[in-house]
Design a protein around this ligand. Sequence first.
Ligand code: FES
Length: 223
Amino acid sequence: MAVQTDPPIAGHGAAGHGPESGPRRDFLTLLTGAAAVIGAGAFVFPFLDSLSPVGGPDSADATVDVDLSKVAPGQQIVVVWRGRPVFVVHRTPAALLALQDTNLTNRLRDWASRELQQPDYVVNWHRSLAPEYGVMVGICTHLGCVPGYVPNPSPTEPVANWPGGYACPCHGSKFDLAGRVFEGAPAQYNLPVPPYSMPTKTSLRIGLSPDDLDFDFDTIRQL
Ligand code: FES
């Protein structure tokens, strides 16, 4: 399993990593036992293909397990699932409050997740099974670049009143820490949420829905 770690969310008002400060160059992977996979911050995925399921149920990477006990509050790791980056972020209590703030939701294109960009079982304000853990396919819904993790709130960067989230280095689309796209961005849709379950409170199984539920990733709405 390939993962990339990002630093924990720092204090309020810390500098962001928006276009003005340059695309993130640290979108490189660490591995838990294999070789590095993902490239730089402006890495572009072949967009339509990237969202098509590859590998059937018997595929070696049909599911990926993640040990959440190794993801500190404020930290993000990137897991490669079926050839795609999947962001797994441990959201802090402050970040969870920000996700519910109308000062943020009023700036989002689809704050209530009405578009089919996620399984029904994560249609809620945090777009996940457990509020503190976000799980999103890390491919911009505009043209397929990999958004950078910009977790620190800032009054100015990468945009005014930044609550923390993701900034795409290619054409400037912004997403919050639940993967919800900001109004005015070239991207039209929230970041997809893959099917996943939580076998325990500290583990994820990406690619497999909870036992009593189902979700076909091929039904994700895209451009
Ligand atoms: S690919 Fe992300 S804004 Fe264009």
